[in-house]
Write a protein that binds this ligand. Structure first.
Ligand code: NAD
Length: 507
């Protein structure tokens, strides 16, 4: 379990009956986590946390508001200024975070179940992907703490100019519900490695795993108040963090619409630094010389249906040469039969639910929009109910999608793939780039020159060639265009949580 390999997985020994039984137990952490303690919201209010598997109420969760965010920010500011974390020796900070990574692994089953109950993810994915990555990410950021050096600038010999990275101070992180632990670990891991104090605001659909994640940090030795979690709704909690005069950096992942609010909040308050990881509409450009149609079909199907399509960089647009479209669609349909929705507590289930009723309605509405725009349903398109009361949409494929259709341009955020037929490589690249988004893009070709040339032409933060969705904490992740600014993952992400300082010494 101490390996830093991204391939680390945690074996699930539990059965459907075991997970169902565990899910029936009362959830123990539902309050806000401020200054190392669980506390009620100042207003005493709570909101219902709903399980999309069956519509049941999981817990009543403390609903933070302006007063609670103000309190958490005051605590974070105090801890930062006291230097109890930022000035701790790098080796000691590293060891705290390493211990935290280990505690996450020790509590993997509990964390995974919370993630599954909140988000409707299959339990095996929560365990082997979400929790495993979260632990690896925290470990990776821990390891950076005593390995990143400053610089000495080549200034005239009568001086020495030191260039160092210093923490920014108080960091607010506002995250979505699709990968709560993974996205939180990217932001909180990098911010803490940089020496900051943090307030995390999870999405209201997925408030639970962050509470245990934060409690484990304190158990590992992170001083109380350095990492706080305030659950609550977007405009009140997220908005207060965004506008707060004592928050120095705001890291956001979510929709493009809300991301833009944070730029406004910053402009209207203290001009805080803002990083934005926003939406996407990733194209798969499949040229006629695709080297392996079976591999492409598998990567395309998993790349759009994994997590029920609720992935910001999901490959939702297949821009495919007419010579191979029919064969490829048939093979994608065959793969999609192995990704059908099932009970989220069953370790064999490959696809879970849509996160909540409003997202479910939105995806169904887009399926209707696609039909009314003249696209043809090739596969799926109608909700299924493998668990009574659950909100499941099976893999859905549209044929005959034309550039400019709403289902081709707008982010659906569900398991819906659109196939766009093209007759030339030039058209394929033009259509792939004709999007407000630029988070990811993929290209399938056996021609190495074309691969390099087109990879350069594709306007996206990540371009995959002859593969899809390979990722690692060592590579930056983020968008071009309206998919955002700033990067999560890799050493570059720490640049987003630190200020460069020059110290010029006259000799
Ligand atoms: P969302 O933008 O509705 O919410 C994200 C977060 O913002 C939540 O915590 C929410 O409470 C908060 N929020 C909502 N309204 C707010 C407001 N007015 N002021 C301040 N905070 C507010 O997004 P979502 O529906 O939770 O997540 C889905 C979106 O996230 C998709 O668009 C997806 O593409 C995007 N996403 C992007 C990435 C990436 O890395 N680029 C990763 C995952 C998800």
């Amino acid at each position: 379990p101490n390996t830093i390999s991204m391939e680390t997985t945690m074996a699930a020994q539990l059965t459907l009956a075991d997970w169902t039984k565990r899910a029936g137990q009362k959830v123990s952490r539902t309050q806000l986590f401020i200054d190392g303690k669980f506390v009620d919201a100042a207003s005493g209010r709570t909101f219902e946390s709903i399980n999309p598997r069956d519509g049941s109420i999981i817990a009543h969760v403390a609903e933070g508001d302006v007063e609670d965010v103000n309190r958490a920010v005051a605590v974070a500011k105090r801890t930062f200024e006291a230097g109890i974390w930022s000035e701790m020796a790098p080796l000691d900070r590293k060891n705290v975070m390493l211990k935290w990574a280990q505690l996450i692994r020790d509590h993997a089953e509990e964390l995974a179940l919370l993630e599954t109950m909140n988000c409707g993810k299959p339990i095996s994915d929560s365990l082997n992907v979400d929790v495993a990555s979260c632990a690896n990410n925290i470990q990776w950021y821990a390891e950076t703490i005593d390995k990143v050096y400053g610089e000495i600038a080549p200034v005239p010999r009568d001086s020495i100019a030191l260039i160092e990275r210093e923490p920014m101070g108080v960091v607010g992180a506002v995250v979505p519900w699709n990968y709560p632990l993974i996205i939180s670990s990217w932001k909180v891991g990098a911010a803490l490695a940089g020496g900051n104090s943090v307030i995390l605001k999870p999405a209201e659909q997925s408030p639970l795993s962050a509470l245990l994640f934060a409690e484990l940090a304190v158990q590992a030795g992170l001083p109380a108040g350095v990492f706080n979690v305030v659950n609550g709704f977007g405009p009140s909690c997220g908005g207060t963090l965004g506008k707060h005069m004592d928050v120095n950096k705001l890291a956001f992942t979510g929709s493009t619409e809300v991301g833009k609010y944070f730029l406004k909040y910053s402009a209207e308050s203290n001009a805080k630094a803002v990083s934005l990881e926003l939406g996407g509409k990733t194209p798969h450009v499949v040229l006629s010389d695709c080297p392996d149609i079976d591999a492409a079909a598998s990567a395309i199907a998993w790349g759009v249906f994994y997590n029920a399509g609720q992935t910001c960089h999901a490959g939702t647009r297949m821009v495919v040469d007419q010579k191979i479209e029919d064969e490829l669609l048939q093979k994608i349909q065959d793969v999609s039969k192995t990704i059908m929705p099932g009970d989220t507590y069953d370790p064999k289930t490959a696809m879970g639910t849509i996160v909540d009723r409003s997202q479910f309605d939105r995806v169904n509405e887009y399926i209707n929009i696609g039909k009314s725009e003249g696209a043809i349903v090739h596969t799926g398109g109608t909700p299924v109910e493998p668990v009574k009361g659950g909100i499941f949409i099976p893999p859905t494929i549209f044929k005959g999608v034309k550039p400019g259709m709403r289902i081709e341009q707008e982010e659906i955020f569900g398991p819906v793939l659109g196939s766009i037929r093209v007759t030339s490589d030039e058209d394929a690249v033009r259509i792939a780039n004709d999007s407000q988004y630029g988070l990811g893009a993929a290209l399938w070709t056996r021609d190495v020159s074309k691969a390099h040339k087109i990879a350069r032409q594709l306007r996206a933060g990540t371009v995959w060639v002859n593969t899809f969705d390979r990722s690692s904490i060592t590579t930056p992740f983020g968008g071009f265009k309206q998919s955002g600014t700033g990067r999560d993952r890799s050493l570059h992400s720490i640049e987003g949580y630190t200020n460069l300082k020059t110290t010029w010494i006259q000799l």
